[in-house]
Design a protein around this ligand. Sequence first.
Ligand SMILES: [Zn+2]
Ligand SMILES: [Zn+2]
Length: 157
Amino acid sequence: MPGPDIAAQLDAAERLCTKNGTQLTTLRRVVLDLVLRSTAPLTAYQLLDQLKSTRKSAVPPTIYRALDFLIENHLVHRIERLNAFIPCDADHEHADAQFLICHQCGTVTELEDHGVSDALAAAAAARGFTPSRAMVELDGLCATCAPPDTAPPPAHR
Ligand SMILES: [Zn+2]
Ligand SMILES: [Zn+2]
């Protein structure tokens, strides 16, 4: 059974899909549930393995189609560097995001910093470039993994 938090997130996802004029089918909901439950980014094949425990007939296109839908509706993000998927941590309406990827523990933190997005958009526009999406992935060490003496001082505190 999903925890109360995951159940609430699934219900919110369902409402968002209805608002978008799409439908969170049972399969899409099951895949989203798997992504939400995971403590680490999951690859499509890890998701497929988990899905097979309840749906023996699941094949790679099953999972890829469900993931494509979830990505289109901003419920899930694909982390290109890891070729893995994480649940969207923000309001599901953003086009841009930044991801902080810890190469030691593997956690991925989603940022939605409009200052970064605006700076990128302005820099691109200055070169006559029109970005359709700006997903930025930063590789490094999270606060837990970084040695204390190399961690930058916390900003705005
Ligand atoms: Zn997001
Ligand atoms: Zn870490």
